[in-house]
Design a binder for this molecule. Sequence first.
Ligand SMILES: Nc1nc2c(ncn2[C@@H]2O[C@H](COP(=O)(O)OP(=O)(O)OP(=O)(O)O)[C@@H](O)[C@H]2O)c(=O)[nH]1
Ligand SMILES: [Mg+2]
Length: 346
Amino acid sequence: MSVINQSAREITAKIVFYGPGLSGKTTSLRRIYETIRPTHRGEMVSLATEGDRTLFFDFLPVKVERVGNSAVRLALYTVPGQVFYNATRKLVLQGVDGVVFVADSQPAAMDSNLESFENLCDNLRDMGLAPEQMPIVFQYNKRDLPGVLPVEQLRARLNPRGLPDFETVAEKGKGVLDVLRAVTKGVIRSLKAKGVFPSATPRPAPVPSLLKREEPSLASQLEQMASSALAAPAAAPEPKAAVAPDPSLLTALVPEKWAGEASLAEAAYRTGSYKQAFTRAFNGLRALTSSMGIEGMSEVELALMAGLTGPDYSRLLRLEKQPALSREEAAFGLLMFALVGARVRS
Ligand SMILES: Nc1nc2c(ncn2[C@@H]2O[C@H](COP(=O)(O)OP(=O)(O)OP(=O)(O)O)[C@@H](O)[C@H]2O)c(=O)[nH]1
Ligand SMILES: [Mg+2]
């Protein structure tokens, strides 16, 4: 689902690269990353890989188009192609606006291409989306290999509806940008048809979308939290573990079991110990999600299940590695803890 920031006139559309294992999804994203000017893309994040294989997803943010007054950004994702990762594929597909289906052109891969495409359609239907309504572009990959199937054959089996399709050699970057352009075009057309683009008259800024489902007072509580941090002295002693939980924002939101940790995170934030505040919040978030105790699910999957988005989770992981953090970065950690806490609690 596209995310709209009305005041900044920005729309972020989610595009998922789907297809069987080893068809070239990650390679395609990597080449897009290398080809696009750094001013027009963010960093590529690959979450959980084993050798070449994607175990969770790759993510690449791209700024591509202006449509009227709006800047359109793309959030590009790949899924793991291996058959047994379907739960992960479903998670990554949540909110999808357009799909690039990366098929392997080798004859031996035909069955897995078909199986993967069926799996895509099943997963879309499970989410209440009609595959016929979804903008889909086909990428017949590995055209450099000897003995690949003729395109007509691939088209007849995989793409009888005659959706946009391209021959690519992802390894060499050949054709990948044509694919990206085509899917972007399809997505923009479909979002226009849904009336998603903001009207020319500016509307009042809405509550940030992350907070929409919480109580109305949460946004103002967060504002309050930020202003009290501004008033705080620059350096202060580390809060001691014995600090009693107080009835502040975080402690009110997270389940009682984590109120102590939440209180310490918030105390560290108020006193300007931003790295410490972030670490406490992130550790609390981890403890919370692992307490959901869904067997066989990785930490990342649990975080997504608990309501974080892929980009948010990637940002948390990046910030965790930084030796020092800004106030805004620490606040982001606290917000994510609050968000997950509130969801788990409700
Ligand atoms: N010859 C050739 N090899 C390619 C091409 N594209 C990708 N490959 C190779 O195919 C292998 C798999 O590519 P990946 O991009 O990792 O495949 P994937 O679809 O992400 O695979 P999963 O993550 O397991 O789903 C790698 O060794 C790539 O170098 C291509 O166009 N031609
Ligand atoms: Mg991959």
